[in-house]
Design a protein around this ligand. Sequence first.
Ligand code: ZN
Length: 479
Amino acid sequence: MKGTDSQAEIVEGCRLPVLLRNGDGWHMAEILGKKETNGKNLYYIHYDDFNKRLDEWVTEERMDISKLVQPSKEAKTPKKEGVKTGTGSRPGTPEREVVVQQNGSSGNKKFSGNRKRKGADDTEISEPATPSRNNTSNQLTVADPFATPTSSRNNTPTLGLQQQNSVTVNEDGSKKPRQTGSMVAHHDDIVTRMKNIEMIELGKYRIRPWYFSPYPQELTSLPILYICEFCLKYVKSKKCLERHIQKCLLRYPPGNEIYRKGNISFFEIDGRKNKAYAQNLCLLAKLFLDHKTLYYDTDPFLFYVMCEQDVKGYHIVGYFSKEKESTEDYNVACILTLPPYQKKGFGKLLIEFSYELSKCEGKTGSPEKPLSDLGLLSYRSYWSQTLLEILINMTPSEGNDRPVVTINEISEMTSIKKEDVISTLQHLNLINYYKGQYIITLSHEQIDTQMKAMEKRKVRIDPKCLHWQPKDWSKRGKW
Ligand code: ZN
């Protein structure tokens, strides 16, 4: 697909305005690929500043060729050079990349980013000295959050997920991807930047994939890829699926059911013992996850699959994977709610479950970075609600007119890693420095909003329904 032909001027790397699918105006896009179908040229395009899931094939009718911009000499489109293994390299053209801002001359001032930020946020109350306006029970004193010896005193600007009052997302975090080889970075390969599966059928759903996934090449030209919703085996036709279903005895994922409440169940699957299932799960998940990709070396992972049960069986809703042994305190590697179940609270349920496991382990944990854009939103929301729930329910400690808590205590109660607790408090703009103390002040609006949000979260993880004991994988040898 290189070089010149009859359509000489439109090549990979060109940019031009493309009419959005819903007809809602023109948007600049980059040509990533080209093919001919029924004598018509089709171009695979990526819209500037939009998530890759909106990438698509378009015809020339939707392209404003008069405004075509040729690629510059040092084209940013990566060369076609096959798969690279994870060396920590970043994607060629990440769709949203933002540098984490340093807080100006923050110096040693802890939480400096939160003091009088922009002045636009009217929920900010930086005058704890006027309790007449506030119910004092809404104020908490935070003992020095950096009191433990493990933390550096100057590390405020390096907090992994810090976000400064805007929708911009730091996808990168500060950690490099795992380098065990289980993670394969495909981003430098132009082929894998294009969606390759048109549609999947999974149980009662037909779902249009968002991203590339390395299903066998011969299956990528099919209009629909059929997937058994229980064992996740993929086949090329409805007929094959019907034949498979007659033989397939599974009605739930092949692992231990470690949680059940109502119609929600969780199954734990060992990536070593159930390799085929784990690999198929990864292939399926990759259709909806851009960043993280592990396909073949599933041995070091456990997979927690959440299902909704009905008379037909246990239907997969979403999952997360987790390293059996994490040197970095990650408690989630990949996490996904399948599209038909999104925006219904299932994502938060998955996250809540991951922290319940960490509580059983007596550890704090954090998701592996980078998170997807949707993943980050879910985590932000989960962390915020979890912390607010705790703060609101605290009672004043003895000899004090307001509750006192340390960041470490919050972290221990929730199993949310300390850095994430701090970044969430900062994100919520809750911490004020006053007379030598850090004070968390919750406005009535914040409490109201929180109460309403929690009312909507009808389904919660009930720790009593979890039947699970952590294993010490380091002592298990090849287990
Ligand atoms: Zn099956």
